[in-house]
Design a protein around this ligand. Structure first.
Ligand code: AGP
Length: 608
């Protein structure tokens, strides 16, 4: 899951591309490169590490070309090195290719080419694209790329320039996102709108198996079967300050502190208070079937999957629907048999996660209805689902997802409430739930005001290399999400576990050097959780308890306490996750980790 950005226009391409790469760095950051064309001359630079390394390398160079392609890499084939950085080229270095995705049949193609005497410079799968395009090139770059598309398997978002075809950039897509940006005095293409938002918010999405030739003045889209496509630009709402730190040291902390607003944005214009029911326009196209749905499958990956796990408890609490939650990477290969009128709800921040995309395609193939809860407008999952609900959470740049989780829980609660009010939830229940939902932003603000206290707890424990997170019912997925955050940004080995399972094995891990974070709000599982805490304390394990304010009795029992305001049982997950996010953030800070660019990770996983 790399990042691609291209520009062709009247201005010098270098600064525009470098700036665009910085906006895409969350997609991969182990090496980068670019190729700038000036007539029949192409300058190419590659570097290992962050974009700043490439910037250092090119800063003092006088590169006047006004057309170019650039790439930031998340290595899949070939270790991070200058040799494996993109652009990759053909033998004569006429063709320069940047690629996001995986060419699955590259080994067989490479073998054949090596037999034919072609010498490969890199270990990448991408290099076969450059050599194939060279073999297919007879003066028409678009045609050469089209022919190449039909001989490769796998996924790609790619951009190509050729020394002898100045004034053109050819881009193509299958499985990985690629968006054309229509500017006033130049055109763009990128993996994500963020890379070109400063210059345009007029965008055209490429669909799978489409390619386009982009020139300074225009763009032409066609299919892999050479059918011309006419598609007009759509305007995307874009808050550029979303992409700014605004005084915060990291995007992760900024996004944690945005959560009161995130919850409000997820509810804005979606509450019929007097009816005690939410209003979700985006799912009305399927409402007649959805309201009769009695079997639902929630799919997602990583943090989105954990949001789905909380969602299951909320749906079981508020509706008559039988809910399953599935990891998309497993679900896509399952032998699926859906009862009639099954709805699959796909959760995704980026809307581009390859496993989730494949899962919804498989579900549709097997006759299920598919809706999406997605943050990125116009993303593949948004366009491939029958209906859906946008999070309106703004840009999430921190690779470790925080505000998105809280937004997903808020929207899952609204959807469950809407269906529940249609089943047997009373007006009073509905109105109480909406009142409590509206109080959440202030309650979150209250927890955030305790950030220093949480920081001091992190300072006490960040040196321990193994942590346990425990919860029951709604608290169990929060334990898993808390552990995921700790793993992602601090690299501390943390495990989220259902507390009831402790005595069936993991309790063997408990010792004075293993802190446990216990999620113990005052809900129906509180007493059971207290028993589990006593099991740990009796083995001298340190315990940090997340409790409902005023539950002082727990204070004597544990080592450290983080209080959260009282709320309804199915809304506690939204509050209880925030101390977990902050514990992970501050632990990572004490460990001097690169918090917004954790090693080996990327924000949007567009390859399997
Ligand atoms: C979470 O912090 C991670 N970035 C990752 O687990 C993420 O949740 C997962 O890749 C799913 O991404 P999506 O929501 O964009 O589909």
């Amino acid at each position: 899951m790399c990042g691609i950005v291209c520009y062709i226009g009247k201005d010098k391409a270098m600064p525009i591309l470098i700036e665009g790469l910085k906006k895409l760095e969350y997609r991969g950051y182990d090496s980068a490169g670019l190729a700038i064309q000036d007539g029949n001359h192409i300058d190419c630079y590659r570097s290992v590490g962050k974009i700043t390394e490439l910037e250092k390398k090119t800063n003092d160079l006088e590169i006047n070309g006004t057309s170019g392609i650039a790439h930031t890499r998340w290595a899949t084939h070939g270790e991070p090195s200058e040799r494996n950085a993109h652009p990759q080229t053909d033998v004569r270095e006429d063709i320069f290719v940047v690629h996001n995705g995986i060419i699955e049949n590259y080994i067989s193609i490479k073998r054949k080419m090596e037999k034919a005497g072609i010498t490969f410079r890199s270990d990448t799968d991408t290099e076969v694209l450059a050599h194939l395009i060279a073999l297919n090139f007879d003066g028409d770059l678009n045609e050469a790329v089209r022919k190449t598309m039909s001989s490769v398997e796998g996924t790609f978002g790619m951009a190509v320039v050729h020394k002898t075809v100045p004034g053109e950039i050819v881009v193509a897509r299958r499985g990985s996102p690629l968006i054309i940006g229509v500017g006033e005095e130049g055109n763009f293409a990128a993996s994500d709108v963020a890379a070109m938002a400063r210059y345009t918010n007029e965008v055209v999405h490429l669909n799978d198996n489409e390619l386009a030739t982009i020139t300074k003045k225009d763009f032409h889209i066609s299919t892999a079967q050479a059918k011309t496509i006419t598609r007009h630009a759509e305007t995307v709402e874009w808050e550029t300050e979303d992409a700014e730190l605004n005084g915060f040291p990291h995007f992760m902390l900024k996004e944690i502190f945005e959560q009161p607003e995130t919850i409000r944005n997820a509810m804005r214009g979606r509450l019929e208070k007097s009816e005690g029911v939410p209003k979700l326009g985006g799912i009305m196209p399927v409402w007649d079937r959805l309201k009769e749905c009695r079997h639902m499958v929630i799919v997602g990956c990583g943090t989105s999957y954990y949001a789905g796990c909380v969602g299951r408890y909320i749906f079981e609490r508020l509706t008559e629907i039988d809910v399953e939650v599935e990891l998309a990477s497993e679900f896509r290969y399952r032998k699926l048999n859906f009862p009639p009128n099954t709805f699959v709800v796909s959760l995704s921040q980026s809307g581009e996660t390859a496993d989730t995309l494949a899962a919804i395609r498989e579900a549709r193939r097997k006759g299920a209805h598919v809706i999406g809860i997605v943050n990125v407008v116009g993303s593949s999952i948004a366009r491939e689902t029958e209906a859906g609900i946008y999070n309106h959470a703004g840009l999430e740049i921190g690779v470790a997802s925080t505000k998105m989780f809280v937004s997903q829980l808020t929207i899952l609660t609204l959807l469950a409430l809407l269906l529940g009010r249609h089943h047997n939830l009373s007006l009073t229940d509905g109105m109480e739930a909406i009142r409590e939902l509206e109080d959440l932003p202030d309650k979150v603000r209250k927890i955030l005001s305790e950030a220093n206290h949480i920081q001091s707890i992190a300072e006490k424990y960040y040196r321990y290399s193994n942590w346990l997170f425990l919860g029951r019912q709604y608290g169990y997925p929060i334990a898993m999400e808390g552990a995921l955050k700790m793993k992602e940004v601090s690299y501390i080995h943390a495990e989220g576990y259902p507390a009831g399972e402790m005595k069936h094995g993991p309790i063997a891990l408990i010792n004075p050097d293993m802190p446990t974070v216990a999620i113990v709000p005052r809900d129906s599982m509180c007493d059971k959780m207290i028993n589990n805490i006593q099991e740990i304390k009796s083995r001298r394990g340190p315990v940090i308890a997340i409790v409902t304010e005023g539950d002082g009795n727990l204070k004597e029992m544990v080592d450290d306490v983080i209080e959260i305001p009282a709320t309804l049982d199915f809304l506690y997950p939204i509050l209880a996750v925030i101390p977990c996010q902050l514990l992970a953030y501050y632990s990572a800070r004490f460990l001097k980790r690169d918090i917004d660019r954790p090693r080996n990770l990327a924000k949007s996983v567009t390859v399997e």
